[in-house]
Each structure stands twice: as C-alpha cells, then as structure tokens.
Ligand binder design. Structure first.
Ligand SMILES: Cc1cc2nc3c(=O)[nH]c(=O)nc-3n(C[C@H](O)[C@H](O)[C@H](O)COP(=O)(O)OP(=O)(O)OC[C@H]3O[C@@H](n4cnc5c(N)ncnc54)[C@H](O)[C@@H]3O)c2cc1C
Length: 655
C-alpha cells in the first residue's frame, strides 16, 4: 500500500492507490470550471484539525469531532456556493459528497465506522475471507435479523461499517440491471427515472479494463457498448482468470439443464443470461495483488479525487435530523459511535441521508418521521406522518448445493483454486427456463393474485395501502411474466474439494421491515426480513434447489465428480421438506433495497422523484433504500448511478 499522510487518526489525503483518473458523469455540465469557494471558518481556525484542512488542498478524513461540533459555517463565496451535509461515507455518500465538493461546496460526511485504508482484508480482494476473522477489520455491522415474533434468526446480516460502506466488504460482482426494470421505476410514478437516464451514469463511473486474449480464452468476454472506460471505479476480470476449466464445465452443464448458453456479457441482456462475471477489482502489477475498487479507493483516496471542501468524520453516528418550525432540515445530531454525548452540526442548505437500506429508516424514525405506532412506542413525537418508512424492505434469500470433486482433480487449479474472489459464472433464469411446462400455470396464478398479494402485504405490515401495493405487484409481476426478466440467480463456484452452486430468488415478492426499537441512537434497529413469506418465492426456491443438483449429474461434470453430495434433503422429498431445508440454510444476499422507497406518497412512498423526504424540506435520501423493488443485478452499478443523479438533482436545485 502506498504511504498515507497520517497524523494520529486524522488523515489528509492524497494517496496514489490506483491509476484511474476519470471523473464522474455530470449531464448538467457543471463541469470542472464550477464556482469554487474557499472553505474558511473562523471557528475551525481554533482547531488543530482545522489547521490541517486549511494548509491542504486535500480531503480531510478524521475522527476528531471538533471539525463539526457546534459549527456554524459562515462562508464568503459565490452566489452558487452551497453547503450540504451528507452523512455516512457509504458508496452513495461518497459519490454525492465528491460531486458536490467538486463544485466548491463544503461537505461533511459522518461515518459510524473507521477509516481502514491499510487493512489488507479490505484492499486485497483475495483476502476478503479475512474480513470476518480479523477483529482489526471491524467493518461489518453484523446486524441481528428477527423473525416476525421478534426472535433472533440464526444468521446475522452483513453490512459495511467503515469508510467506503458496503463496497469495502462486498463481493465486488459488477454488472448492470436491465433497461426494463429501470424503466419500471418510471412506471411506478417516478418521472425521469428510466434506463436512458441511468445507464449513462453507470458507464460514467466505470473504468473498465477489457480482458486480454488469455483471459478471453479462459472465459472472459465484453460487449464494449455497455461499459464505460473513463470513470473512477476499476472493473475487470481477475488475472489470471479463475477456474477456467470449471467455468467451461459449468457453462456446458447450464446449457444442458436450463437451455441457457454462454453469453458474452452479463450487462448486455434483455432477459436471461449466463456468463463469466467481472468485478470491481484491478490487478496491481507492482504489489502483485488484486485490489478492491471500493467507493473509498476509487473516489476518496486517490490523488486525483482530492477535494479541499470535503471532510469525512469517522467513528461518529448520526442520531437524528433537526428541523425548524417549517419542517426544513437545519442539521443533525451526532455522537461518538460507541456512545456518549450528542452534538449538533448545522447545514445551510441540505441534509442528505446515505446510511443505506438498514440504517436510513431508523434515522428518519428517530427524527419524528414515520408511522404513529412505531414512533409512539419509542416515545418519539411524530413530526411527519409517513407510514412507508422502514416498510417494503427486500433482500434475496440464498442457499447452496455442492458436489465432491474426485481426488485426482482436487489439485487442479483450473477447477479449484481456493482464491477468495466471488463466484465466476453467473446465470439468470426467467420463469420459462425455471419452471418449464409449469411456467404458464405460474404466470396465470401470479396475474390473478395481485389483489390478494397486496392485501396480504398490508395485513402483514409491509405495505402502506392496498392500492399502492397493487401497483407495486403489478409492475414486479409484469417484469417476471411479460417482460422475461430473470427471477432466479445461479452462481457457479468451486471451493477446496467441492463444486458449489449458490442460488436465490432475484426479485422476491416477500418483503420485510426495519424499525427502531428504542429512541436510543446507539441501538441497532429491529430488522425483520420475512424471507420466503410469499408462496411464489418458495416455489422459486424449491425449484431452483431441485434443479441445481441436476447440474452435477450431467455428462459435463461426470469426468471430475466423485459424488453429488447429499447436503440437502433427498431427491424424492416433498416440496414442504425442500422448503424447510431452504429456509433453515438460507442467508441474505446483502442486496437490501426499498425501505425508503421512491414512490408517490399516496402509494406508500417515502421520497419523491427528487429524492426529497415527503413532508420535509431540504432533506433527501440518496442511497440504496430509495430503490423501490429488488433489481436483477447486484446493486452497486445502480447505486452508483442513483447517487450521481442525486448529486445532479441537488446541484440543479441550487442553480
Ligand atoms: C457482504 C456484501 C456483499 C455484497 N456483494 C455485492 C456484489 O458483489 N456486487 C454488488 O454490486 N453489490 C454487492 N453488495 C451490495 C452493495 O455493496 C450495496 O448495495 C451498496 O454498497 C449500498 O450502498 P449504500 O450507499 O446504500 O450503503 P452502504 O454502502 O452500506 O453504506 C452505508 C454506510 O452508512 C454507515 N452508517 C450506518 N448507520 C450510520 C449512522 N447512524 N451514522 C453514520 N453512518 C452510518 C455505515 O457504517 C456504512 O458505511 C454487497 C453488500 C454486502 C454487505
């Protein structure tokens, strides 16, 4: 790792971590020549930390709260000058913070976790297996998940808790959603949110490093038109490619079992697809390691990205948003993440929430925004009646099946490599490929059950009203039935001695909730995923589990498989037995969305198409929680696009 300017735990960047020097997309052409105002604050001059800011042209990352406590920033600048406060140095917070500070606006990001740029489990993509073993890493909330009765479920929820947010610990898989599902944002009532608006942002953030001839032979491929080559987030295939022989076998078996053939690119699709995936990684020839391209390594640490008006306060937690008597956000309350006194900081213009799908709704609730019953139960005075806060929470429940490789092949690194990068082949199946002859029955049933499903969602407390829920289920059902969007993901992998398939329903109809359980800001929320509570999700789960086992019995696997491990229920088990096994072994895919849904207020939405929290002024949500329904891609590309667009909306509002 290249050296950093470190003074205790205050850091004035830059670093030289990576080579990309691109910029992020700005369709409003605020351009590099925007008004840049000096960040001068009389009160900051008294602080040692402030002295570093003023002597530097660089982003400041510090855990010293004096950069923010009780500060009222009083600037002299151009008329376009604005001060915004986002909180959390999440993927979305960093994108918005970087874009706003690039225009000269001073931005404070408050992040509950630490700044861990030199932690090898984070920067070295192949050491991500150490993320949970090494206490020093400390970048995971490990949230408790609860069942509907409030009892803890056996598995905890992974979620990033350090600078870079979940991009510091995630699986790094990179491909983009389909045009159809992004266009469905608009169908749900969000004007201006569609594929033609969002795809350019995805391309703009991406710095694709195309595969070379050897990587192509080993399974990599690329359709250039759907990728970006000048952004800041490095995207590539690994060097060398992972398990090329296993990839070829998987592709052959998937064609035999599901009738899906090797495609050129997961990002280039209108429906089902199967291909080797690229990741947000890059090969560092000097250190001879595969580096993670997190939001922090891409947008915060590199020399080319330094912003003298951007401050990141780490190890402090945002408690609640503060309002004036016109419900205009004026700042927020925050304190040390481990507990202690609460402080205030003011925002001249806007407060931006970017704490992610599991932490943004609790902040809204602690601020008095949410449903009466939740707020009352936690002794919080309701300021805005917004019952959608914390509802409509979705993730994908996954599990896996495996087969033992014969001893002769267990040391073949073309098949098994023990490299800790996520699975190399990804297959997305639609309703016809998954259910074959039974597909039409499912389609008919799905289309006839929209009202019933909507009513059940309201009764279960995961949707605000039947009309809004009907619109939601109509759109999501239409994507699955008429628009051939995939409804299952199959991830093909190998580990020492075994081949393993992981799978999950891609766009679950089951939804859950996240709510506060006390007014104490240092307590984690109650997260109730309600995985597999919808019968169609169970149908998908059982079907894919049964069929995934067949992969390993195909001719393609015969030469290398010793035994198809019976690690689930026997073949002839009933649907109920398969479902019980699936439920007892499943875990969340960590693709949480929907808990501050962007939708019309009457339909149960929390934010408008301008990302403003209904019933307030100068308060927006800019993270994954605004995505109204689960997407069929892994989420990063969409969240990078949404947060760039959020920054442009904010900038446009000021100009
Ligand atoms: C284990 C895992 C694997 C994943 N794999 C992939 C993958 O392979 N590909 C892909 O595309 N996506 C993947 N994702 C999903 C993707 O990383 C997330 O969707 C994305 O990072 C969400 O961005 P966000 O800005 O909404 O929130 P996050 O990136 O999660 O950031 C939220 C931040 O807010 C901070 N925070 C929380 N509460 C507070 C508070 N009160 N005050 C201050 N700060 C707070 C957190 O510490 C965190 O840093 C994965 C996620 C996880 C967790």
């Amino acid at each position: 790792m290249i050296d950093l300017f470190r003074r205790n735990s205050t850091r004035v960047l830059p670093t030289e971590e990576q080579g990309s020097s691109g910029t992020i997309y700005n369709p409003c052409s605020h351009g590099g020549g925007g008004q840049v105002a000096p960040m001068i604050s009389v009160s900051l001059l008294t602080s040692a930390v402030a002295a570093l800011v003023l002597s530097s042209q660089a982003t400041l990352i510090t855990n010293d709260s004096s950069v923010a406590v009780n500060q009222t920033f009083d600037y002299v600048g151009s008329p376009h000058f604005v001060r915004c406060r986002a909180h959390s140095s999440s993927l979305s917070g960093i994108v918005v913070g970087t874009k706003l500070s690039a225009q000269g606006y001073s931005v404070l990001l408050v992040e509950a976790g630490k700044d861990l740029p030199n932690n090898s489990a984070i920067y070295n993509a192949e050491l991500r297996g150490n993320l949970n073993n090494d206490p020093a890493t400390d970048c995971n909330w490990h949230y408790v998940a609860s069942d509907v009765n409030g009892f803890a479920l056996p598995t905890t929820i992974d979620s990033g808790k350090c600078v870079g947010g979940s991009t510091s610990i995630n699986g790094m898989v990179w491909y983009r959603p389909s045009a159809e599902e992004l266009d469905a944002f608009e169908t749900l009532g969000n004007d201006g949110w569609n594929s033609s608006v969002l795809f350019p942002y995805m391309k703009a953030i991406e710095h694709n490093i195309p595969p070379d001839a050897t990587q192509r032979v080993d399974g990599a491929n690329l359709i250039r038109s759907v990728h970006g080559f000048h952004g800041v987030v490095n995207v590539s295939f690994p060097v060398p490619m992972r398990i090329p022989e296993a990839q070829a076998i998987y592709k052959a078996a998937i064609a035999l079992v599901f009738g899906v053939y090797d495609d050129p690119d997961l990002s280039y699709r209108t429906g089902p697809v199967s291909a080797s995936t690229s990741w947000t990684i890059w090969w560092d020839p000097v250190a001879q390691i595969t580096r993670r391209a997190s939001a922090a390594y891409s947008l915060l640490y590199p020399k080319s990205q330094q912003q003298k008006t951007l401050t990141v306060l780490t190890q402090h937690k945002v408690a609640r948003v503060l309002f004036n008597d016109k419900m205009s956000a004026t700042g927020f309350e925050f304190g040390p993440a481990t507990g202690g006194p609460l402080y205030q900081v003011s925002a001249k213009y806007e407060v931006l929430l970017a704490a992610g799908s599991l932490a943004t709704p609790p902040i809204l609730e602690r601020s008095g925004i949410g449903s009466q019953s939740i707020l009352e139960a936690n002794n919080i005075t309701q300021l805005v009646n917004l019952p959608g806060v914390g509802l409509n929470l979705v993730d994908q429940p996954g599990t896996g099946l495996s087969a033992l490789v014969d001893t002769a092949n267990q040391s073949n690194t073309g098949l098994i490599d023990n490299r800790n990068i996520f699975a190399p082949v990804i297959t997305l199946l639609d309703i016809h490929q998954l259910f074959d002859d039974d597909a039409q029955n499912h389609i008919t049933k799905l289309e006839s059950q929209i009202h019933k499903r909507a009513k059940a969602a309201v009764d279960a407390g995961v949707a605000v009203n039947v009309e809004g829920a009907e619109k939601y289920f109509t759109v999501v059902t239409d994507l699955m039935t008429n628009q051939s969007q995939p409804l299952v993901e199959l991830i093909s992998e190998s580990y020492p001695t075994i081949m393993e398939s992981i799978f999950w329903p891609l766009t679950p109809l089951s939804r859950g909730t996240v709510h506060i359980n006390t007014s104490d800001p240092f307590n984690n929320p109650t997260i109730t995923p309600r995985f597999l509570s919808d019968e169609f999700d169970v149908d998908i789960a059982v079907k894919i589990a049964r069929r995934a086992r067949k992969l390993y019995r195909t001719q393609a696997f015969k030469p290398i498989i010793a035994e198809v491990v019976i690690d689930a229920v026997p073949d002839n088990s009933t649907k109920a037995e398969w479902a019980a096994w699936y439920e007892s072994t499943s875990f969340g895919a960590s693709h949480w969305v929907g808990s501050s849904a962007m939708r019309p207020r009457a339909d149960g939405g929390v934010v408008s198409a301008e990302l403003e929290v209904y019933g307030t002024k100068n308060l927006r949500v800019v993270d994954a929680s605004v995505i109204p329904f689960e997407l069929t891609s892994h989420l990063m590309s969409a969240v990078y696009a949404i947060s760039q667009r959020a920054a442009d909306i904010i900038l446009a509002a000021r100009s």
